[in-house]
Design a protein around this ligand. Sequence first.
Ligand SMILES: [Zn+2]
Length: 316
Amino acid sequence: MKKTLYTLLILFCTQQVWAQDIDKIITKDYVDRLIKTLSSDDMQGRGTFTPGIDKAASLIESEFKKIGLEPLDGEKTYRQTFFKDSTDKRPLFNVAGMIRGKSKAAEIVVFSGHYDHLGIIKGNDTDSIANGADDDASGTTAMIALAKYYKKLNNNERTLIFVAFTAEEIGGFGAKYFSKKLNPDDVVAMFNIEMIGKESKFGKNAAFITGYDKSDFGKILQKNLAGSPFTFHPDPYPRQNLFYRSDNATLAALGVPAHTISTDQIDKDELYHTVKDEYETLDTDNILSTIKSIAKSAITIVKGTDTPTRIPRLIE
Ligand SMILES: [Zn+2]
């Protein structure tokens, strides 16, 4: 009895320390400021090839620098510059940084969100900027906050790559280029975060994972949240083909357990791809709890004690 009480006390204390740390590192102010800035009118909807997306890239670079990420191997800066095809002369750029793994550096875990959006579109009388606050300033913010958290935690045995993809909305070009720059066999998991700005179909403290049954990624995440009120669910919109509609699809086709985490009620989200996807419509407490839950749920994959099963390869 005494021993049990003592064990419980230790467990309680370690959980308290854990909770305290994450609350200090991923704060509401931090998350709020990033989403607000990325979705501000100043960034003009972050359209690919526009000055607005350049501003967004600069912001992400400055955050990566403050956090202390390294550029990827073989790169001098965080910008991974490329072209859409051989005839297009306009540069595109992902923004990517990493925290090298301690004992399993060759094994990579990717955290991503796309930072491009639709730019200026046909709106209404007063607005034509597609701010993309939910899509995907929310996911980009989550990716940055996770980088900040794991850098402070400093216990990743695997190498963690954090990447803001460009040109998702015009065909996933950023993710395609990124996947060619590494060996997909080295990537043990990908957490792509897309639209976590509003309450999910399952209520608060819940998100869904696309392609849930294609690997045991979701089960691992859920196991790590035991005792927490947050739950991950299989994608409730299978007809929408969301697994193949975001940046996880490229690496998933190459066999990587690459999944997208989202809370969007896509079947009735009237703000989706309109000028009304603005900061004011977001539930920032829900975003904060989702980010923290991703941080906790990924921990055994980050530390190298859990490895999700591979997804059957579609492309050789
Ligand atoms: Zn999106």
